[in-house]
Each structure stands twice: as C-alpha cells, then as structure tokens.
Design a protein around this ligand. Sequence first.
Ligand code: KIV
Ligand code: ZN
Length: 520
Amino acid sequence: MTDKNRVIIFDTTLRDGEQSPGFSMNLKEKLDMAHQLARLGVDVIEAGFPITSQGDFDSVSRIAAEVRGPVICGLARAIEKDIVRAGEALLEAPRKRIHTFIATSKVHVEKKLRMTREQVIQSAHDAVKLARTFTDDVEFSCEDAGRTDWDYIVDVLTAAIEAGATTLNIPDTVGYTVPEQFGGCIAHVIRKTPGIDKCIVSVHCHNDLGFATANSLAGVKNGARQIECTINGIGERAGNTSLEEAVMMLKVRKDYFGVETGIKTEEIYRTSRLLSRITGVKVQPNKAIVGGNAFAHEAGIHQDGIMKERTTYEIMRPEDVGWTGESMVMGKHSGRAALAKRLASLGFALGKEEIERAYERFKDLCDKKKDIYDEDLIAIVEDEVLQTKPMWSLEDMEVDARMKKQPMVRVRVRCADGQIREATSTEGDGQVDGLYRALESIVNHEVRLLDYAIESVTSGKDALGRVKVRMKVDGREVRGIGVATDVIVASAQAWLSALNRYLLMSELEKQNGTTRPEQI
Ligand code: KIV
Ligand code: ZN
C-alpha cells in the first residue's frame, strides 16, 4: 500500500476523552494508557491541553519524555500563551506535534470569539507560524467546521497552509452533519484549497446524533487520511469517533475503502478494558467491537450456523480484536511462574514483590473459587497489587442484617499511622449505607458518595464481586475499587481505596508543591 492509502490514527482519548465528565485520569493512569496506545500502534497520541492546568502540563511532558513510537501532540488555542505552553510541555518528545485551533462557524465567530472573519484568518495564520517555531509538525483545526460555510473553511485553511500547517483538521464539533454532507465538505475543501495536496486532511467527529464514525469514514472515502478518535468512543458529550469502530471498518471493508491503518488490532480489546478499569466506566454490552456481547451468539439458530460455518454470522474473528472470552486459566496447582507468565501476557509488567503479593491473593482466591479466569487475575492485580501503598486498610468487619430492621455494622480499620480504629453503626438504609456511615465516623474528612456500582467479575455464584465507587473527599472527586468474593467486604475496600487515593494525591501535591489538577 502506498502512503496515499494509509490512514493515520490520531488518538485523543487522553485529551477530548479525558476532558469529559467521569473520565478524568491521574498522571500514572494517563501514562499507563499512553504506553498501551503505543502498543496498539496509534500514529499520534494527543496527550492533553497543557495550558489548562498544571496537571495537564505535567502529564503531556511525562508522556513526551517516556512514551516512544507515536508522535506526541499537545493542544493549544490559537493564542500565543497556549502555543508556548504546549511547546514547553512537548520539549522532550523526539516526535512532537502542536495542534492549534480556532472556531470558524458564524455563531462561534460572532458570539463566542466576537471577532471578524478576517481576524480569525489572521489568528489562524499567526498561531501556525508560532507553532512552527517549536516543531515542523503542526496541525490546524477549524473548530465547528461542521457548521461553517465551506468556502470560508477554504480561506482559513489557505492561510494555515501558507503559515506552515502540515495537517488540516475538519472537526464536526457538535456532531451536526450527516455522512453525505460531511464527505461533500471534505471533497470540496480538497478540491478548492491551494497547496492542500502537500498536507494531510484530517477528520474529527462528535457523536451527538450517533454519526461520528459514519461521518469520519465518509471523510476518508472523500480523501481524508487522518481520523481523530478515542478508545470506546469517549469524549465531550456523546463522545468522539470510536477508534475500534473506525479501524475495524477499514479492515473488514478494505474492499470498499481501499485503505489501511497501522493499528495492531489484536490489542484493541485489551486497550478498551484498560480504559474501563482506569476510569471505572464499563463499556455497554452491545457496543460494536468491544462490547461484552459483540461476539456472543445467543440465539439457537445463530449458534447452529456458527458451528456449521463461522462466517454465517461472524464478519470478523474475535481474536482479530484480541477478544479471548472468559478463558479458564489456572487453579490451585498453578505455581508462581505460571501466574507471572499469565499476568505478563495480560499486559502487567510486575516486579518480584508485586508478583509475590499477587500470588498470595491468587492462592486465597483458589481456596474460595474453583475456576480462575483472566478477569479474576486482572481484578486481583488492580485491587491488590497496583493499589498505591495502602494508608488505610480494612482489618475486620461484621454485619448483621435482618429484613425490615436497620443493619448493625461493626468495622475495624488500620489507619495511616498504624493505629486500629473501630466504629459501629446501627443506622442506615441497608448494609452498604450502614457500613459507609461507620467508616465515615472514623475518618476526619468530609466524604460524600456520588456513585456506587457493583458487578460480578466472572460468572458463577462463587464469582468475585467488584465494587466501584466515586466519592467526594473534602470536595475533591476520587474513585476507588474493591474486589472480594463478599460484596460487602468489596464495598468497604472500594471506599477505603478511594480515601487512600485522595490522601496520596494530597501528599503528592504537598511534596511537589503543584496545584490541584483542574478539570477542563
Ligand atoms: O471538537 C473539536 O472541535 C475539538 C477541537 C479542539 C479539534 O475537539
Ligand atoms: Zn472534539
């Protein structure tokens, strides 16, 4: 395939995705995600929007310094201070890109920017010129291009090209267009903009009406050669084009599109699950490519067809996206080495001490549960091994629950200073509420539970239960996860893990003297 037929995959999970509510990540989580995106083979990682907060600046610079393979990109408005900050954050990246943007639709130009159309063209030009002093790889976007008249897009892009832009992005910022129209816009821009043949034309579509992936692919059909997308389709409001959908469409329907990407599709499933684990947001079961049901054939007639000939109901193989299903991996006779090997194949690079802790937990679990699945192992590692050094931990608990009576809960926890504290609650709307009331009475922090979700890690009545909580501690939002065969124990662990996370973040801030990372 020639370069003309290669579609660049620009991943913005850590920028457009991370800025949406419920998807914020800390520095370590962003780094883990960026390393996995590099393994997945994305061409560009948009790592953040450095001007927006110290936290964003720090994560872009760490990713720039550590992650190798993809181009690392930072976002900047068409404003001098934004571009300089992005340039500084990207300093250590061997391959870097500055992505600068300004809105071009009538409503944005007149009501939001309060500028004339000529001023917008001048700003676009100046921004690109300044960005070029930091790197030769500069992307320019016309924000809200989906609602901009096409000839004006041509004028703005002409100025950006003249100033040295190398990638020209056409965003459908509010998810307003339909595929035929969006494809028409891309074709028009390519036909009319002088010098555009030396640049890559990119698409960035939002999913407000459910057309993000379709619009992006219509763009490709009409000559775009970069798709901006996110894992699991996360992003502002209804999200962005989902990477897995766009990539698999181009792969499965190569006969129609005639292009290819550099994505290692067998890494898709793992990347999707990593994002879910980090953010605590599960993928809907019927989501294309990565949903739990994407390869499940329930109806008898389908199962019969599949058994006779796979292609009767399957247009792609589950293994092409790295979906292995619930594979039973080991039992109580498996040793440390086998466990370490399996965890490595699941993408966990653990040290000796971490393996040892995982093995202890694994043995405990074998006493309670007959079949151990990959998902169980992942749960063990994320719960026990990858948790930051626990400051507060659960020592013991007792719950007495009877129908129509308030539960009695007694908890014993080990505090950060090693002391044991105990509390009892005889109030509460159910066991979890009673438990959380007891825990709250022990800590000197103001805690408010925002979200509580419980799920079974694998199937069967002996399955591990995973509890995820989102709570506000002293006004700051944190998440926690707890995993145990008993869901009430998992609930206590989730609560304590969120508290530990809050304490760790506060401690790190004190040490580094950094400000609290804001959400954009
Ligand atoms: O949706 C949008 O317009 C954006 C730009 C910053 C590219 O995210
Ligand atoms: Zn966007």
